[in-house]
Ligand binder design. Structure first.
Ligand SMILES: *[C@@H]1O[C@H](CO)[C@@H](O)[C@H](O)[C@H]1NC(C)=O
Ligand SMILES: *[C@@H]1O[C@H](CO)[C@@H](O)[C@H](O)[C@H]1NC(C)=O
Ligand SMILES: *[C@@H]1O[C@H](CO)[C@@H](O)[C@H](O)[C@H]1NC(C)=O
Ligand SMILES: *[C@@H]1O[C@H](CO)[C@@H](O)[C@H](O)[C@H]1NC(C)=O
Ligand SMILES: *[C@@H]1O[C@H](CO)[C@@H](O)[C@H](O)[C@H]1NC(C)=O
Ligand SMILES: *[C@@H]1O[C@H](CO)[C@@H](O)[C@H](O)[C@H]1NC(C)=O
Ligand SMILES: *[C@@H]1O[C@H](CO)[C@@H](O)[C@H](O)[C@H]1NC(C)=O
Ligand SMILES: *[C@@H]1O[C@H](CO)[C@@H](O)[C@H](O)[C@H]1NC(C)=O
Ligand SMILES: *[C@@H]1O[C@H](CO)[C@@H](O)[C@H](O)[C@H]1NC(C)=O
Length: 766
């Protein structure tokens, strides 16, 4: 028995030895090189010392490899689930393929979003990026908007999101639609930026109000996914019946280190470990790739990873057949040697092999050859010297021109959050002239806000809270810590705090242009808020609230959304402020029982009755803000007769009676387009539904508002007609008639007319 097993071992060892001699190792010695069918080449690895560092760790679960990422699936009803990103293959050229799921959104026949709403947030670790060149955003559905962004909800950091809206047409079964994803039923667009942290989602049926276009409600779901170029071809079958469990391959870039120049200075951290390897800076972004030199192949990241290719055995040489023999050189290449009696380079291409002639000529040839070699060699050394000098010069300029700063910035975004400053009391006393009354900006139930000027001349707003109960302080500190991490363009930034006083002082960025409330209701304020501006304010506020509800570590409910808490900066960008009443809802809960707090007129009636705080309470308050922007009326006004004192009720009854236009603010009615007002009013009335669960989420609200804005932009940007969608529209337009919703309209002179009609027919629902 023991003999047998020894023999077996021997056989296994022998097989292993033979295999080792033949196959080039891809991973470090004693490290598994495969997970299921996928080869895991170093710098990737399945356990810690087997990978270059922890970023390159691959988890192997039931023979399926997964990339180390932070991933969340966000469901409509707040439950976040972790999903894993499966690796399909890894290429040492600096790319890998992963498979990503499909984001979905569905509306039911009452136009309320159903529970089947999935979006995804994926954070890739440092050397990994979603490739922008090789992936596309695809959206399927009727009037569906899809988005991919560097966490759409946190718009502070960098890029404009990539959007696409797919439209609908009633001639569903027309063959010409099939196989072309060009704006109707399906749209696709390149991804604008290379992202390491991204969010993708969709909103189905973004023009969902009281519509005659009910027909498309047979297609209540919309889908959004990322896919590698060529990995998805549209077909009408998918529009009619799409399997949302599908996944699509997506290209992810990776690289190591920073630049070749930097890396080669330090042998211990230089990743191209193999002898016959070369370093190539990555085409985009920081990092470099290692490649085996020509004539070698294998894994350049492992010492001895690049092994000579025997061109002679593999028949990949071009030695002249029949007249020369191929000689492999372990230094990479190979040479051809002419058979006896022949002379020449031996290659198909060059001189080939000719019958040997006079030796003298050969000597002459070899002398000229060596002279040429000498001259060439000198030239080469000269150039090499010149090049290294050039490199040093380049590096100097790199540092001089802010290259280092750029690197620091990159590190900052990849690493920890900005630290918030802890101020001392003395600083703040000086800044506010000892909390002088002249510096008071505002006073409310929760405290006093002072204007302060810091020693570096920065103007800030300093809030002195009024905390009655010492138990609250601990909560307060927790919230400060959380707020410090919020970095959103449309949330007033907390710059720091001071904990040396009895109640903490909070230091915020100073937002100079007052509150939306003042500009809507105070005649003495000169800013006139146009409809466009109001829509922008609504979009920005919705985005900020959606961010608070879902993008941070735990959802934050603002609890006091109202126009007097929306500030305007010098560009009139909206900034949500005052988190004094805000609550963090622990991740494992969807609601919280609290003391009812908020402002009358904005307060969610459901919360008022039940004391159950959910994110939907903010949605209600936001609905009131929308109504206020539309009507220019105060949320609570004793100037209105009894049942109409509450704006929400007033608004609802006017909507129900079809008299919306009677209550729209006279200051904007001439400027706004009626369809748009209608759309926004419908969103407001969704938000104001009495039952929290029937209200949309803030993200959906934000996306719908964006959708309305996009359609408007299309209307105005009609001069620019390069979009694919327009092209197909044009192609589909024989001479002068065009069909919108089955009605043939004659005498359309230009494509801009068509676009114009299309968008207004979409927004009007008629
Ligand atoms: C590996 O590939 C084979 C053939 O392509 C396939 O049959 C098998 O299911 C794959 N195994 C895994 C774990 O993917
Ligand atoms: C959320 O919706 C999903 C899908 O409909 C359901 O499975 C899940 O139980 C719901 N979760 C909560 C907390 O309501
Ligand atoms: C999509 O179409 C292209 C071109 O016809 C083809 O090369 C590709 O394989 C198709 N992709 C899929 C997933 O069918
Ligand atoms: C949908 O796709 C999943 C995974 O690809 C598959 O398991 C399932 O059977 C499909 N469902 C239908 C109805 O085709
Ligand atoms: C791992 O190495 C890569 C490439 O050099 C680097 O970008 C990344 O920050 C490293 N990750 C960790 C966790 O050190
Ligand atoms: C070289 O890199 C190693 C490992 O990253 C590091 O410990 C060492 O300090 C570096 N040496 C120099 C001179 O930068
Ligand atoms: C001949 O040489 C040229 C350039 O060196 C190369 O591009 C070409 O492929 C060669 N032809 C053959 C038949 O090898
Ligand atoms: C909604 O539709 C009903 C019936 O078609 C109509 O009376 C009402 O005016 C419409 N409301 C809006 C806001 O369009
Ligand atoms: C199909 O669509 C094309 C272009 O949109 C149009 O010319 C043609 O008349 C349509 N055919 C039918 C049967 O509707």
């Amino acid at each position: 028995m023991s003999v047998n097993s020894n023999q077996l071992l021997l056989v296994v060892l022998l097989i292993a030895a033979v295999a080792a001699a033949k196959t080039i190792p891809m991973s470090k010695p004693n490290c598994p090189s495969k997970c299921g069918n996928v080869t895991i080449p170093f710098p990737f690895g399945l356990t810690n010392p087997c990978s270059l560092n922890t970023s390159f760790l691959i988890t192997c679960d039931k023979s399926l490899p997964f990339l180390k990422t932070t991933t969340e699936m966000r469901l409509f009803n707040t439950t976040d689930e972790k999903v894993q990103v499966q690796v399909l293959d890894i290429s040492l050229d600096g790319q890998l393929h992963v498979s990503l799921p499909v984001a979905t959104s569905c509306v039911d026949n009452k136009n309320v979003e159903s529970d089947n709403d999935y979006s995804f947030f994926i954070r890739l670790y440092t050397p990994f990026h979603l490739s922008s060149k090789q992936n596309k955003l695809t959206v399927l559905g009727a009037y569906t908007a899809g988005i991919v962004a560097d966490d759409y909800l946190r718009s502070q950091t960098t890029y404009a999101p990539t959007y696409c809206v797919s439209f609908y047409s009633s001639d569903l079964y027309n063959k010409t639609h099939d196989e072309s994803c060009s704006g109707t039923f399906c749209c696709e667009t390149p991804i604008q930026h290379r992202l390491s942290e991204f969010y993708y989602a969709c909103a189905a049926n973004i023009f969902d109000y009281n519509s005659t276009r009910r027909e498309f409600l047979s297609y209540p779901c919309g889908y959004t996914f990322l896919a590698k170029e060529g990995a998805y071809n549209f077909s009408m079958r998918d529009f009619i019946n799409f399997n949302r469990s599908n996944t699509f391959p997506v290209v992810v870039d990776w690289a190591v280190g920073n630049t070749c120049l930097d890396a080669q200075k330090n042998a211990s951290s230089y990743a191209c470990k193999s002898k016959h390897s070369e370093c190539h800076n990555a085409e985009v972004g920081p990092g470099y790739h290692c490649k085996c030199s020509t004539g070698f192949r294998g894994n350049p990241y492992l010492s001895d990873g690049c092994q000579d290719v025997d061109e002679c055995v593999e028949e990949s040489h071009d030695c002249l057949k029949g007249r020369s023999t191929c000689i492999n050189s372990p230094e990479g290449s190979y040479s051809c040697s002419c058979l006896k009696g022949y002379e020449g380079g031996g290659k198909n291409n060059g001189s080939g092999c000719v019958i040997r002639s006079n030796r003298k000529i050969i000597i002459a040839l070899s002398v000229t050859g060596s002279i040429l070699a000498l001259v060439g060699g000198t030239l080469y050394v000269y150039c090499a010297l010149k090049k290294s000098k050039l490199n040093r010069l380049k590096e100097h300029f790199f540092q001089l021109n802010g290259g280092l700063l750029l690197q620091q910035q990159l590190n900052r975004y990849s690493g920890s959050n900005e630290l918030t400053k802890i101020f001392n009391v003395k600083e703040l006393k000086e800044a506010t002239n000892n909390f002088n009354e002249e510096m008071v900006l505002g006073e409310g139930g929760e405290g006093t806000v002072y204007k302060g000027i810091l020693p570096d001349n920065r103007i800030v707003a300093i809030k002195k809270s009024r905390i009655s109960n010492p138990n609250q302080i601990e909560h307060f500190i927790n919230e400060v810590i959380l707020l410090c991490q919020i970095n959103h363009r449309n949330v007033v930034k907390l710059l720091g705090c001071c904990l040396e006083t009895e109640v903490p002082l909070l230091v915020y960025e100073f937002v100079p242009n007052g509150t939306v409330y003042e500009h809507l209701h105070d005649q003495s304020k000169s800013l006139r808020l146009t409809w466009k501006r109001r829509l922008q304010i609504a979009i920005e506020t919705a985005g900020a609230l959606a961010y608070l509800h879902s993008a941070t570590h735990a959802p934050i409910v603002h609890r006091d959304v109202k126009t007097s808490n929306i500030l305007l900066d010098h560009n009139l960008t909206a900034k949500v402020s005052d988190f004094g009443a805000s609550k963090i809802i622990p991740l494992d809960r969807t609601q919280l029982t609290t003391l009812v707090l908020g402002t009358l007129g904005y307060l969610d009636p459901e919360y008022f009755h039940s004391s159950q705080l959910t994110k939907k309470s903010d949605v209600y308050s936001f609905g009131v803000v929308l109504a206020e922007l539309l009507t220019g009326e105060k949320a609570l006004s004793f100037e209105r007769p009894e049942p109409h004192r509450n704006l929400a009720i007033h608004f609802h009854s006017s909507m129900n009676e079809g008299q919306l236009l009677d209550i729209v603010d006279g200051r904007i009615i001439n400027e706004a387009n009626v369809e748009q007002l209608m759309d926004v009013a419908n969103i407001a009335s969704h938000c104001l539904r009495l039952k929290g669960e029937e209200r949309p989420t803030m993200r959906e609200v934000a996306m719908k508002l964006e959708g309305i804005n996009i359609v408007e932009k299309r209307q105005w940007e009609k001069v620019n007609l390069s979009s694919e969608e327009t092209e197909t529209l044009l192609k589909a337009t024989p001479s002068s008639s065009f069909s919108v919703d089955g009605v043939n309209r004659r005498s359309m002179h230009s494509s801009s007319d068509i676009l114009n009609r299309l968008s207004s027919s979409l927004t009007s629902g008629r």
